[in-house]
Design a binder for this molecule. Structure first.
Ligand SMILES: [Zn+2]
Ligand SMILES: [Zn+2]
Length: 347
């Protein structure tokens, strides 16, 4: 089933024509629980990886042990909670003693778990260029090659994102690794990739999801507008329940491109960690796909989102990834070279 963002309640460029040139295309990925295969675009699914290419690891997280969680125990606990909430009445969850044991094994603080050598990275996103929608319109500043929506090098058609499932000191985010490839060159794929024995945060283990990419148009977050325009937008949205910020500017959820949402901090100048050159938004990893107002909830999900009662995971949290206290992680790529280290920002 495709996913369709409902029409915006207002065409903001009618109110503020000066926003029109600031329009950017984003591709909402709309991850939803599923069983993606190697040949599918996915979050938390298997990657098309050459059998003879070493699987990357994180040298900063090598053995002999780490404080954290066992991925399979996290999966078991999620399964038990999903089943428990599915049969729960109202807001009270009742687990059998065996189920309680499975959930408690994961615990809240983690425990010492042996790890032999650098932690193998976790597969987070796989995106085939063919699964992107065909570009529509030519609004604003298009930031893609070939005039299409593919955000990567012209000689690649597959993006793979992996991460080390531990907070890395400087930014308290899992450290990502981007791999751009040509799918046809993979040859024999790796059938069983190595996985980490321990993860530093159970919120960094993506639940397997299939994707439903959809093109949307975004405008800058209020923080990113020029002072004078920002003030006029603020005056306009003040009696309208922050309609610009919540419904008209930046889409929530996992996506490619677009604008940063700058939810809790002011924008700062950003540059490529390698060459100090300009960077552009590549990928946003979000803790939720829509917020309480559901302005961005796809029409296909509206009934489930509006239904009373508790389900696990909640419809707006299909990947079960949480960044910080429900924030987003934006990954920026260098405008000069796709080979440069991506910049990661919590917003
Ligand atoms: Zn690491
Ligand atoms: Zn660079």
């Amino acid at each position: 089933m495709p996913r369709t963002t409902p029409p915006r309640p207002v065409d903001i460029t009618q109110e503020f024509p000066e926003l029109a040139p600031l329009a950017r295309t984003a591709v909402r990925l709309h991850p939803r629980p599923g069983q993606p295969a190697v040949s599918d675009s996915s979050v938390g699914g298997p990657l098309l990886w050459p059998r003879d290419e070493p699987w990357p690891g994180c040298p900063e997280h090598a053995g002999p042990w780490h404080l954290g969680y066992v991925p399979d125990e996290v999966r078991d606990s999620r399964r038990v909670l999903t089943a428990g909430w599915a049969r729960a009445e109202g807001n009270s969850l009742t687990l059998t003693p065996q189920e309680r044991e499975v959930v408690d094994r994961v615990g809240c603080t983690g425990r010492r778990i042996p790890q032999d050598g650098p932690i193998p990275l976790l597969a987070v996103v796989q995106l085939y260029a063919r699964d992107l929608p065909a570009a529509e319109g030519a609004e604003g500043t298009e930031r893609t090659v070939s005039g299409g929506l593919w955000p990567g090098p012209e000689d690649a058609d597959l993006l793979q994102v992996l991460w080390c499932p531990f907070d890395h000191d400087e930014d308290c985010l899992p450290r990502v690794r981007l791999v751009w490839r040509r799918a046809a060159e993979v040859g024999t794929p790796l059938s069983t990739p190595p996985g980490p024995s321990v993860i530093g945060d159970d919120n960094y283990l993506p639940a397997p999801c299939v994707l439903h990419p959809e093109q949307v148009t975004e405008y800058p977050a209020p923080h990113e507008l020029a002072e004078e325009l920002a003030e006029r937008v603020r005056d306009w949205e003040e009696p309208r329940d922050h309609l610009y910020q919540d419904a008209l500017s930046v889409a929530p959820g996992w996506k490619l491109g677009g604008w940063g949402n700058w939810s809790f901090s002011d924008p700062w100048p950003m540059e490529c960690p390698d060459c100090k050159g300009p960077v552009r938004p590549l990928l946003t990893v979000d803790s939720g796909e829509w917020d309480n107002e559901r302005y961005w909830c796809p029409v296909e999900d509206e009934a489930a989102a509006a239904a009373p009662g508790v389900v696990h995971p909640q419809p707006q949290e299909p990947t079960q990834i949480t960044i910080g206290r429900g924030y987003t992680m934006q990954v920026y790529s260098c405008e000069r070279s796709f080979g440069h280290t991506p910049l990661q920002v919590m917003q």
